[in-house]
Design a protein around this ligand. Structure first.
Ligand SMILES: Cc1ncc(COP(=O)(O)O)c(C=O)c1O
Length: 416
């Protein structure tokens, strides 16, 4: 069926984090309630990585049917559920996964916390690559571990891994785990097989377990192919946990269901044991199971339309910036629906940039620096929304930038 993705679904009053609150320029501070109103002068939320599109119709139908059953007791994943998940990996990415390798968790972020607690000891170190999805930081420090970052290298608006630096950092005997963000949030890179192989060889050489967070794997821009980390070969899969979820792909983040793939039996046993000890393995949310199984079985048509629309939004953003806000540059979006915009040419310090975007323009981005100091001067914008919302946000930004930032001196301004 054809989905109307231009349609604005009013999310107010649904408890939506994106539409009812804002974290401001900090990743650890409280979320404060806000009002959002597209008609009035309230902020336009372009942050939090969920979509403003209604879910695939088959998912909505299956959920209604499940509601009408009327009993929602303790529930476990069925064979049908596991088959839908593994068939999806196979069909979408040519990645063959056994049901026995899957460990279902209430989200990827909780699974990162569990992984650090399972495979690290207090005082160990965990390797990441900033700027990166900021909840990685807390999953590491919460487990009593130290953060080591091999920062990405920015080159002409795109980002690369620094392999020499990675090798040096991974060789520290205290580094026990590495969290790979693939595709990378917030910079939008989809790592090539070559890059992943080099990364994995370094980690394997130094006995560092890899957690490959592939939550954005299904969100590829045209012409870009996703390389599953575990598909690089057995030596890579054997030393890894791969984080997958339907939440970004099908806009099901509030369902809190994700599937960790651990093919190494020793690693899996330890992870399962931690889940049992902490009571997390007790049962799963029946709605999340139904939504996930249905989305993986019948959501592909919806996803194709959504990806096409998001790519249209990305092209719209690029053209808008080129025509109206040439001081801002966006990194090439290879995957995810999160664009990374460079505001540094405006020459504003962080406080002035936040004032400009949040208070004056009333557009709520994720501030670049919450992904690490390397993100200073950048803002992350969520493109998974009706185009009219994106346009409204950009128009507001343009008005403020035109008013706030001194126009560049040009010879015709010279009065002498
Ligand atoms: C890289 C990455 N990992 C994990 C998550 C969140 O995962 P979950 O909601 O399953 O905890 C996000 C959400 O934006 C993300 O971008």
């Amino acid at each position: 069926m054809a989905y109307d993705l231009d349609r604005i679904v009013d999310r107010k009053g649904t408890g939506s984090v994106k539409w009812g609150s804002y974290r401001g320029g900090t990743h650890s501070g409280p979320i404060t309630p806000i009002d959002t109103d597209l008609q009035g002068n309230d902020p336009v939320p372009m942050w939090v990585a969920d979509m403003d599109f209604a879910c695939p119709q088959p998912v909505l139908d299956a959920l209604s049917e499940r509601v009408h059953h009327g009993i929602f007791g303790y529930t476990s994943a069925s064979d049908g559920y596991h088959a839908a998940v593994t068939d999806w990996f196979n069909k979408r990415h040519g990645w063959s996964v056994s049901k026995d390798w899957i460990c279902t968790t209430p989200g990827v972020v909780p699974a990162l916390h569990f992984a650090v607690k399972t495979w690290c000891r207090h005082g160990d170190k965990v390797l990441i690559q900033k700027p990166v999805y900021y909840p990685f930081f807390r999953s590491i420090t919460n487990g009593g571990c130290g953060i080591v970052s091999s920062n990405l290298i920015e080159e002409n608006g795109s980002y690369l891994m620094d392999f020499e630096d990675l090798e040096r950092k991974a060789s520290d005997p205290e580094v026990k785990l590495a969290i790979l963000c693939s595709p990378h949030n917030p910079v939008g890179r989809v790592w090539t097989a070559n890059e992943l192989r080099q990364y994995g060889e370094i980690c394997n050489r130094h006995g560092v377990i890899v957690i490959a967070d592939e939550i954005h794997a299904d969100l590829m821009m045209p012409g870009v192919t996703f390389q599953p980390y575990a598909k690089l070969g057995e030596e890579f899969a054997n030393n890894a946990m791969v984080c997958t979820a339907p939440s970004k792909t099908f806009n099901l983040a509030g369902m809190h269901l994700s599937n960790m793939v651990i093919s190494n039996p020793q690693l899996k046993e330890a992870f399962d044991a931690y889940m049992h000890e902490t009571g997390v393995a007790g049962g799963l949310n029946p709605f999340a199971l139904v939504a996930t199984e249905t989305a993986y079985r019948h959501g592909e048509d919806w996803l194709a339309q959504v990806l096409d629309y998001i790519h249209g939004n990305y092209l719209f953003l690029k053209q808008y910036l080129a025509d109206n806000l040439a001081q801002l540059q966006t990194s090439e979006l290879q995957g995810t629906y999160l664009a990374w915009i460079d505001f540094r040419e405006l020459g504003l310090d962080q406080a002035s940039l936040e004032k400009l975007t949040q208070l004056d323009a009333k557009v709520l981005f994720d501030e670049g620096h919450v992904f690490g100091a390397e993100g200073f001067g950048f803002e992350r914008i969520n493109l998974a929304c009706p185009r009219s919302i994106l346009e409204l946000a950009l128009d507001r930004l343009k008005i403020q930038i035109d008013q706030t930032v001194e126009p560049e001196f040009s010879p015709s301004d010279h009065k002498n």
